[in-house]
Design a protein around this ligand. Structure first.
Ligand SMILES: [Zn+2]
Length: 133
């Protein structure tokens, strides 16, 4: 058995334990689009630390998750929600919001380019946002 499997299993176990904290933090709303009454999933924000942490996770709906995982599936109009999530109190949410915004702006969406232009992130958050990819 590879240690990779063991590592993944350990991680999933740890992440499952954060669900309660994440439900509280998000008040059961998708941390990106604000949707409620839907199933929310834990997404770890890359680059991953060796030890998972609740601060390194966002709690998002399936619709957002699919597009975060695969930028080819991005539907630009969905991401108008970034107007709010970019200014979340949670750094991990800001990081994902900023990365998605950059993708959408790269698709030539003017509203996204404009939002990028005025976006202000704390230097640590910006560094994190630029750390992966
Ligand atoms: Zn969502």
């Amino acid at each position: 058995m590879s240690t990779g499997f063991k590592g993944k299993f350990y991680r999933q176990n740890m992440l499952a334990r954060y669900a309660k904290d994440l439900v509280r933090r998000s008040r059961s709303h998708c941390e990106l689009c604000g949707k409620s009454g839907v199933k929310l999933e834990v997404h770890e924000v890359p680059p991953l630390d060796e030890e998972p942490s609740v601060e390194g996770c966002v709690f998002i709906c399936e619709g957002c998750h699919r597009q975060v995982d695969d930028p080819r599936k991005i539907v630009p109009s969905h991401w108008r929600c970034l107007n709010n999530s970019l200014y979340s109190e949670v750094p991990a949410v800001q990081v994902i919001a900023f990365r998605m915004l950059r993708h959408v702006a790269g698709m030539g969406e003017h509203w996204a380019e404009e939002l990028m232009e005025y976006a202000y992130l704390d230097p640590e958050v910006e560094e994190w946002a630029n750390a992966a990819e």
